[in-house]
Design a binder for this molecule. Structure first.
Ligand SMILES: NC(=O)c1ccc[n+]([C@@H]2O[C@H](COP(=O)([O-])OP(=O)(O)OC[C@H]3O[C@@H](n4cnc5c(N)ncnc54)[C@H](O)[C@@H]3O)[C@@H](O)[C@H]2O)c1
Length: 257
């Protein structure tokens, strides 16, 4: 465990899956956490379930692709906390199983708006507060699809490559303000809605489900949301205080570059 008591963290896309696991881990580490998600019912449910054990949980229904909505959610969060965020985890993301030949322009646009635009909007609103406070931590959830082009994933790959570039650029611009910026690149993670949706969409296009690709993973199993939360907690901790601009693979060895 790391000593993160007293820190205030925003986790986007926290209603389920990896984001919820990150929120739960940060609360267990002593953080005060605000769960943000576009799914208002589900994020309220998640916050209530988590609060049962912790009692330190705020939540907001927000579409991170909408800059004004992000600004409003941040204002509400700061009011609830009477403090600004020390930690921002940009986890909200969507995917699509499509090549250039069968993609829909509106799906491409939405993937870019949520994955890149959402990360931009949250950083745009939060980074100045961290600068004024003298420091902070930003973690962007990218993907191993942000390091290597993969089939049937053009829009998603484009967005995740961009997030790694944004991470490196922001790390350079913000280091002098005491703000560290890192990315985590998950491999094939199960027990998430995105995995279920990708398997279902892939089945229609001849892409085998994740379970059938498990044997390709050197550590012999699909990843779990907690595998990502463990590394996010480390990167936030002072144990990682010499790390910035990194994009850390958490893939069971599936991707090593
Ligand atoms: N599951 C995997 O195998 C995998 C692999 C690599 C990277 N990732 C990345 O991890 C992150 C989390 O993925 P997951 O697998 O937990 O997915 P998930 O679908 O289970 O959860 C994503 C959450 O983000 C929320 N969300 C979607 N659009 C939003 C928006 N516009 N504003 C606010 N919230 C929004 C959803 O409501 C959902 O609760 C994503 O960025 C994803 O790209 C996942």
């Amino acid at each position: 465990m790391y000593r993160l008591e007293g820190r205030h963290a925003i986790v986007t896309g926290a209603a389920r899956g990896i984001g919820r696991a990150i929120a739960e881990r940060l609360i267990a580490e002593g953080c005060t956490v605000s769960l943000w998600d576009v799914d208002g019912d589900e994020v309220a449910l998640a916050a209530n379930e988590i609060a049962g054990s912790a009692g330190k949980v705020h939540f907001a229904e927000v579409d991170v692709s909408d800059r004004q909505a992000v600004a409003s959610a941040l204002a509400a969060t700061r009011t609830a906390w009477n403090a600004g965020p020390d930690i921002l985890v940009n986890n909200a993301g969507i995917g699509q199983v499509a090549s250039i030949l069968d993609s829909e322009p509106k799906d491409f646009d939405r993937t870019i708006a949520v994955n890149i635009g959402g990360t931009y909007n949250c950083c745009y609103e939060v980074a100045p507060l961290m600068r004024d406070a003298g420091g902070g931590l930003i973690i962007n959830i990218a993907s191993w699809f942000g390091k290597s082009g993969r089939p049937m994933s053009m829009a998603y790959c484009a967005s995740k490559f961009a997030i790694i570039g944004m991470t490196q650029s922001m790390a350079l611009d913000l280091s002098s303000h005491g703000i560290r910026v890192n990315a985590v690149c998950p491999g094939t993670i199960t027990d998430t809605q995105m995995r279920e949706q990708a398997d279902a969409a892939g089945a229609l296009k001849g892409v085998p489900p994740a379970q059938e690709r498990e044997h390709l993973i050197p550590l012999g199993r699909l990843g779990k949301p907690r595998d990502i939360a463990n590394v996010v907690a480390f990167l936030i901790s002072d144990e990682a205080d010499y790390m910035t601009g990194q994009s850390v693979n958490v893939t069971g060895g599936l991707w090593m570059n």
